[in-house]
Design a protein around this ligand. Structure first.
Ligand code: SIN
Length: 485
């Protein structure tokens, strides 16, 4: 790795958005991709359901409408149109490059249905291992070098230019310069006690942005997935894809009753925010456990269609599709993020881009339609790369980094981090109250005054921004549900 000169482009993150952006930057350019850990530790790798895409020209308006309906009036309609229309380019592009989505016996693409889609339009691969297959494929055809174990903990911003970044790379602090930087670092999962995200997703870059005067938007919109097995011993809880419900799985209580219909006539296929809140509320009020019931599937079909879930749950002692699996909602996706335009450009900065879950493009509004996120990563990753290719921004005067003082981690950080996660889950979760949000704010402010490392300080900044955004939106909408208590 060179550190004395600068790169043309540095991409922070190697999920679908970062890798698809990289693929569209010519290999002659000096590009470096930074992975915080091993490259497959990203949310893309763990995505199960699939990629939502307009099935053909005739489905465009309907996909747009479903996305806008799920977004509860807060989507950027132009961004939604761009995403859906360009799904007709990026899916054929992936196929032309050799990616195999699942097909039926006649060789036709198989589409599944997920909640709040008015028709089946979710492409999948490896049954329920879409993210893993896509990630492996994009890694294989990626034309640019990677560095692993690169934890970014500062951006060098001066005026309207982002000159570089500071990162801990294999335990050494390095300063890297670049003409252009693309942030593709994902969301905020590790801020919550229960989440479905990769362990690397911890909101550091959001915290840096806040510190460097880069705006975040819609941070109150944190999406919870309704069907997660949370009793495994790991930080990442086991997702049970919405495609299971799309294809017939049911949510039942201890008596086997499908109680969701008490909350919404669409039952298991109501939008994800409604199902999450219903499960949360029902568990609390009835003190009953809640289960995902899958025994309506034939064994052979299930093993073929959901092999990833079958194997993961077998490791946890379940025999699927026969056994009931206890479920809870868990944090799943950050709808809000770093403000950008439709080409991923961060306003006020000449050469900083953001794509994927880290970005706030406005395509999800108040509630993301299932499986629109991999599509967002593809469409806006490509747009950012194409824009960057044509603008060829370059700077010549290199400002120095300020000296880094302090520690990245202090001795009590692990305990404080766990307390932060519990606080975010309890007070800034599925159902919020004004009093709970204020308690969370007090907690964050107290911890900020302790001797803590920089990495925890960055998480706290992001957490504070989420809490303040939640307090600022007094009305419930989409994923943000607030009681004025
Ligand atoms: C799932 O497979 O249920 C998750 C899909 C998504 O988050 O869009």
């Amino acid at each position: 790795m060179k550190t004395s000169t600068k790169y043309d482009v540095i991409i922070i993150g190697a999920g679908i958005a970062g890798l698809y952006a990289a693929l569209h930057i010519p290999k002659e350019r000096d590009v470096l991709i930074l992975c915080k850990d091993i490259p497959w530790e990203c949310n893309t790798f763990y995505a199960q359901g699939g990629v939502a895409a307009a099935v053909d020209e005739g489905d465009v308006e309907s996909h747009i409408k479903d996305t806008l309906n799920a977004g509860a009036g807060l989507c950027n309609e132009e961004a939604v149109r761009v995403m859906v229309e360009e799904s007709l380019d990026v899916i054929p592009d992936l196929i032309a490059r050799g990616f195999d989505f699942d097909r039926d016996d006649n060789g036709r693409l198989q589409y599944t249905k997920e909640a709040a889609h008015s028709r089946p339009r979710i492409l999948h691969a490896g049954g329920d291992a879409t993210g893993r297959y896509l990630h492996r494929f994009l890694m294989k055809i990626n034309p640019h070098p990677f560095i692993y174990n690169a934890r970014v903990f500062d951006l060098l911003r001066s005026g309207d230019t982002c000159y570089g970044l500071r990162a801990l790379i294999n335990d050494e602090i390095k300063e890297l310069y670049a003409d252009n930087i693309i942030i593709a670092s994902g969301g905020v999962g590790s801020l919550y006690a229960y989440h479905t995200n990769s362990r690397t997703i911890s909101s550091d870059i959001h915290g840096i942005c806040l510190e460097r005067g880069i705006k975040l938007d819609m941070m109150e919109m944190m999406q919870f997935h309704p069907t997660v097995y949370v009793d495994n011993p790991w930080a990442r809880k086991q997702l049970l894809t919405e495609a299971l419900r799309g294809e017939g799985a049911q949510i039942v209580d201890e008596e086997g009753r499908r109680f969701l219909f008490d909350y919404d006539e669409r039952g298991e296929l109501a939008p994800r925010d409604i199902v999450s809140r219903a499960v949360f509320d029902y568990k609390k009020r009835s003190e009953s456990r809640v289960f995902l019931k899958m025994d309506m599937f034939e064994e052979e079909f299930f093993a073929h269609r959901f092999p990833n879930i079958k194997n993961a749950l077998a490791g946890l002692g379940f025999n699927l599709p026969h056994d009931l699996v206890p479920i809870s909602p868990a944090f799943h996706y950050a709808i809000g993020g770093i403000v950008c335009d439709l080409d991923g450009r961060v306003p006020g900065l000449e050469n900083l881009y953001v794509v994927g879950e880290a970005a706030s493009t406005g395509v999800h509004g108040a509630n993301r339609l299932a499986s629109n996120s991999l599509l967002e990563g593809l469409v806006f990753g490509r747009r950012a790369a194409l824009r960057l290719n044509t603008e060829a921004f370059s700077w010549s005067h290199k400002p120095p980094f300020a000296e880094f003082k302090g520690a990245l981690i202090e001795k009590d950080d692990t305990i404080l981090k766990q307390r932060l996660r519990r606080t975010m889950w309890q007070e800034v979760g599925i159902v919020r109250t004004r009093s709970g949000l204020k308690r969370a704010l007090d907690f964050v402010d107290d911890v900020q005054h302790l001797t803590i490392g920089r990495l925890l300080a960055l998480r706290l900044k992001t957490a504070r921004n989420i809490i303040e955004s939640a307090l600022a939106r007094g009305e419930s909408v989409g994923a943000h549900y607030i009681l004025n208590e």
